[in-house]
Structures are given as C-alpha cells and as structure tokens.
Write a protein that binds this ligand. Structure first.
Ligand code: 5GP
Length: 184
C-alpha cells in the first residue's frame, strides 16, 4: 500500500493542543462571510490574500461570500521578526491588478504586532484604493505594537504561538484543518 500524505498521526498530532476545531473555524467563517455579503451588497470587492498563511482562510471565506468579487495575492517578508522586529516590511510578490477605485478587503491569517497590516494598508492607500477593510481570522490584541483594528475578526486568542489552517512552524503544519498550539 502506498503511504498516504497527511496521515492520521499528522492530523491528531500528539505535539499539538487543539485551540480551535475545524468545525468552529467553518462555523465562524460562514458568519463572517454572511456579514461581508451584507456590508458590501451591490459592490464588487477585491479580496487580497496575504500569502502564505491566509490561503486556507481565503479559500473558505470567499466561498462564504455571496457577491460578485475578485481576488488577488500578495506576499511580504519582514526584516528582524521576533524580538528585534524593525517593522520594515518588503513585498516579495506584488499584486497582479491595480487598486485604483477598488473596495479592498485585506485577508490575513493572524494579526499580531500589526506591523504587516499597517504597512499594507498605507501602501494600498497610496495606490488609490477607494476603501480598505481588514479581515483577520485570528487576533492577538496583547501583542500589538502599532494601532491596527480589524474590521472583521474570527477569534481573539491569547499570546501563544499557533499553527495549522495555513499557519506554519518552519513550513510545517499548514495543512491541518484546525488551529493548534505547539506543546512545550
Ligand atoms: P504582524 O506583522 O502582525 O506582527 O505579523 C503577522 C504575521 O506574523 C502573520 O501573518 C504570521 O505570518 C506571523 N505570526 C504571528 N503570530 C503567529 C503565530 O502565532 N503563529 C504563526 N504560525 N505565525 C504567526
């Protein structure tokens, strides 16, 4: 028998504690999609996914939004992340389409210090977007260094390093359908 990727061992990983189950994620994303659908009725928003972590959230969220929308992707890297964060952000993959005149919904996996999103919001403003709102699946309010308030937020979580559902630890765990905390 060929071995299957994503074995049961990975999905029920003994080194992880489940923080938010797959069911809880899907239920909340359904609610967020319905809220965005109501708020943007009659408009054609552009959803911009911040790679790579937000990719699973983006794909579920966009299916929960009943509007004529478009999507784009951006990838950033930050200098000196962690203790020595400089707050400097660099775009490593830029958008394919111009932002002028568009209603932008920035889709992020987790709002931590706020440095990434504050950079992106300023950058998108300077490109002439009509409006910019932030939707984040997870939010760690205690960790904020610059003021950024999400317009839509899935879950407020404590100051713990989380993985799964797009989020990685050294590129691992992104494929888990739930959010977990790596055990010490
Ligand atoms: P910020 O600029 O808000 O500090 O950083 C946001 C980015 O930091 C997220 O998009 C994510 O890549 C990373 N990040 C922050 N907290 C966590 C966490 O608990 N787990 C993982 N895997 N990444 C995190």
């Amino acid at each position: 028998m060929p071995s299957t990727p994503n074995s049961t061992t990975e999905f029920n990983n003994p080194t992880l504690e489940i923080l938010i189950t797959a069911g809880q994620l899907q239920k909340r994303i359904g609610e967020m999609g319905a809220e965005i659908t109501r708020d943007y009725a009659g408009r054609r928003p552009e959803l911009i996914c911040v790679l790579k972590g937000a990719v699973l959230f983006m794909s579920d969220l966009m299916r929960a939004i009943d509007l004529n929308l478009s999507i784009d992707f951006i990838a950033v890297s930050s200098y000196g992340k962690g203790k020595n964060s400089t707050g400097e952000v660099r775009i490593v993959k830029d958008l394919d389409e111009p932002l002028e005149g568009r209603d932008i919904i920035l889709v992020e996996d987790i709002l931590d210090t706020g440095l990434t999103l504050s950079y992106l919001v300023n950058n998108f403003r300077s490109r002439g977007a009509t409006s910019i709102r932030i939707v984040t699946l997870l939010n760690k309010p205690e960790r904020r260094k610059v003021e950024v308030t999400p317009d839509y937020c899935g879950f407020n979580i404590p100051d713990k390093f989380v993985v799964g559902y797009g989020l990685d630890y050294a590129e691992r765990y992104r494929n888990l359908p739930y959010i977990g905390v790596v055990k010490e």
